[in-house]
Ligand binder design. Structure first.
Ligand SMILES: Cc1cc2nc3c(=O)[nH]c(=O)nc-3n(C[C@H](O)[C@H](O)[C@H](O)COP(=O)(O)OP(=O)(O)OC[C@H]3O[C@@H](n4cnc5c(N)ncnc54)[C@H](O)[C@@H]3O)c2cc1C
Length: 382
């Protein structure tokens, strides 16, 4: 029933607002309006426990809702899950004052958040980051640049990872209405409604009251958040694959060539069968990862498996969908070219395919191959 209500809401309220907007980032106003529309259905603050003002949904329930949203409007799903991630960081690590200040806004679907880790010189290896916060009086001076940040130009509340020592990482909360920093949108291949951009902090003074969690201890907190984020990328990918499959089945039944619907040609049916198998495999891996998240404890293996498989599968499924549509498939008149561009975005965030395969490899073998041959030699020597 919940999924059904959400679907009707998306069709009636979301799609009419975003249909002409698929190829540019939602303005801040539209992003907030969309959040307000889907928020009552469990999107945007569903994970927040009830004592944080949220709905306290299980990851499984929330995940099923997000998959439906992703089937129809994946840009909105991307925007909302990133925001929920920021709210959860505040719920888990915030002081009572920080929670009182920010959580009600997230819980009511008024605030959008983001998580800023990546930098121009720091992608897969988070430890390499350069953004620094240096203690000054009752606060910190924050300097650095972040890039490829989801919700960069629309977020009201930003969680920013910075170095506060040689091997120490600390999260700072920035409030767009109070802190002065630059943000810029970056154009990209797909998921264009979902804001994506850079942030620049120039000697920005941040009071210690905006430090989130302990000094120097943030890296493990950020890494733990990636487990959940990976499952959400897998959900978005599965929703996109599902949409590509549905569009292809409908088109194959309608399009007539050689006197019969193209669905009558065996090679077209093979495309559809392979697409269905990959979509279902992505779905099942993602459901398993959601169940593991609900059980608690570490979920590296199921979340990485779901993330890399579902995002790569969505690219293959969407590419076959274009093939089934022939030349119509590469035009903007049909949705499948957008599914392909959207799916192609998802093999990169929250750990690239390669990084997630390395996590799975490490879980299987007990050997970390992140540093390649040099790292393996070092491990063997020690
Ligand atoms: C849609 C989208 C949303 C994003 N949202 C956010 C966000 O909200 N916040 C944020 O902080 N960041 C975000 N990012 C950035 C994302 O986290 C990084 O792009 C990602 O971590 C990869 O970093 P990179 O792009 O610098 O690639 P690099 O790390 O430079 O990697 C380049 C290539 O080298 C490969 N590679 C790197 N190291 C290894 C290795 N050890 N072994 C094998 N191969 C390796 C990678 O797999 C990749 O193929 C987002 C990116 C996208 C596309």
């Amino acid at each position: 029933m919940a999924i059904d209500s959400l679907r009707r809401c998306i069709e009636a309220e979301v799609l009419p607002r975003v249909r002409d907007n698929w190829n540019r980032a939602f303005s801040s106003e539209l992003a907030h309006e969309l959040l307000q529309i889907v928020h009552p259905y469990g999107i945007g603050a569903g994970w927040l426990p009830e004592d944080g003002g949220g709905m306290g949904l299980s990851y499984m329930t929330s995940g099923l809702l997000y998959k439906e949203l992703s089937r129809l409007a994946p840009d909105v799903a991307g925007m909302a899950y990133v925001s929920e991630g920021a709210a959860m960081k505040i719920y888990r690590h915030g002081t009572e004052e920080q929670k009182a200040r920010f959580l009600p806004g997230f819980a009511k679907g008024r605030l959008l958040g983001c998580g800023a880790v990546t930098e121009p010189g720091t992608g897969s290896n988070v430890r390499q980051l350069r953004t620094r916060a240096v203690k000054e009086g009752a606060g910190w001076r924050l300097s650095g640049e972040k890039i490829f940040i989801s919700n960069a130009t629309v977020a009201d509340v930003l969680t920013v990872l910075a170095k506060t020592g040689e091997k120490e990482f600390t999260i700072f909360l920035l409030d767009r209405s109070e802190h002065d920093f630059q943000s810029r949108e970056i154009e990209k291949l797909g998921l264009n409604g979902w804001s994506f951009g850079s942030l620049v902090f120039q000697d920005l003074y941040v009071d210690d009251a905006f430090r989130l969690g302990g000094v120097g201890s943030a890296l493990s907190e950020v890494m733990a958040g990636f487990e959940r984020a990976r499952v959400w990328v897998a959900l978005i990918a599965t929703g996109i694959a599902q949409a590509a499959l549905e569009n292809s089945v409908a088109y194959a039944r309608e399009r007539d060539q050689f006197g019969v619907p193209i669905a009558s040609h065996q090679l077209v049916q093979r495309h559809l069968a392979d697409m269905a198998a990959e979509t279902e495999a992505a779905n099942l891996l993602t459901l398993k990862a959601l169940a593991k998240l609900d059980q608690g404890g570490r979920a590296d293996m199921p979340s990485s498996l779901a993330k890399f498989y579902a995002s790569e599968a969505a690219v293959r499924v969407a590419s076959r969908a274009v093939q089934v549509h022939g030349a119509y498939g590469v035009t903007r008149e049909f949705p499948v070219e957008r599914h392909l561009r959207n799916a192609r975005m998802l093999t990169i965030p929250d750990g690239t395919t390669e990084i997630n395969q390395l996590i799975v490899g490490r879980e299987l073998t007990g050997i970390s191959a992140f540093l390649g041959a040099a790292g393996a030699n070092k491990q063997a020597a020690s």
